[in-house]
Design a protein around this ligand. Sequence first.
Ligand code: NDP
Ligand code: MG
Length: 391
Amino acid sequence: MQRVCLLGATGSIGRSTLDVLARHPDRFALHAVSAYRNVERMAELCLSHRPQIAVMVDADAAEELRRRLDGQGVEVRSGEQALIDIAADERVDTVMAAIVGAVGLMPTLSAVRAGKRVLLANKEALVMAGQLFMNAVREQGAELLPIDSEHNAIFQCLPAGELRRLGDKGVTRIWLTGSGGPFRERPLDAFDVITPEEAIAHPNWSMGPKISVDSATMMNKGLELIEACWLFDLPQSEIEILLHPQSIIHSMVAYSDGSVLAQMGNPDMRTPIAHALAWPDRIDSGVEPLDLVKVSQLNFEAADEKRFPCLRLARAAITEGGTRPAILNAANEIAVEAFLAGRIAFTRIPQLIEDCMHQTEAHAAESLERILADDAAARDCVRRAIDGGRV
Ligand code: NDP
Ligand code: MG
């Protein structure tokens, strides 16, 4: 029996994870769940999935949840420390890291440091603190399994075992595929008037609002490029981004003998979630079998960095290294938040990030304190640019 802690239980990945867990009560027990302040959803899932512990980071939300779950046998905790504690709880074997954004870093690191099996959806953690994170994985003997569909696909197409020195195993290149989001074909002169509703309406995937906007700017693919560099110990030059509008191939690995291995499936996050939960076994995920006759065509095209400047910014950030990717990520979080709040135009997102990258000094990413300080400086820089009216 694997005992699971689900961080970000009320989100899109959280929901898909609960669905897979509920299909296998013989294999998995839900020990702890967390959310920020969505009490409604949290109360509902606590009653249907019966975890031992529920954390609401927000204190008022925790109070309200306690009231609603009175007498139900669920212990309710609150605060950020509670996230760190449940991720490292000795009664937990597996931690699903599905909090969105930089706030997911500390609890995810806590799981790694406690040597858990860590299912990583929270890509921002790896983008911010890749070197420290991967060092901790090795030092603590944690088992890191990627949930991001592309990285999970690559993992499945690689030879089993150690994920370093892939060149020695004949790997020559990795293709990260991406649908291109809702604006792959939109005329560039109509980008200025893109609304949040249009941006979060992804053609193939149903996801939380932040990653949906990231998919529309393709910063998501940029963050994934950085994520792949750390997970698979590869330089960015060996990772290519390829647009594939159908989202059936989730990524590919090329080998020196000319073989290219692809992982395919319907675009449904329950596949990578079930894969990582059961690895190295295979279990039912509830995902519809792939009908290739119905799909009928798989198309590919090069990614255009003019249309999607965030791709160029992400490559520049990982090439420079140090805290630059953390600065990129923090600037993106603030810009996306402002766009979703209707405060800035869609086209301002990459501009604000680029300006912030010029204005914020990066350092060697030698400590968490350094990373968090540069993250905070980048957030301030973008907030000032927005509040200063230069929008
Ligand atoms: P959602 O926005 O749907 O869910 C986010 C979750 O994080 C919610 O449970 C939310 O709680 C919680 N949360 C938000 N802010 C905080 C905070 N300050 N402190 C603690 N918890 C917080 O996001 P997704 O599920 O879409 O994405 C989660 C992560 O997975 C992201 O890093 C994303 O990049 C990654 N990912 C997602 C994919 C997808 O298909 N959705 C695919 C690949 C990766 P509350 O509801 O209370 O606000
Ligand atoms: Mg992805």
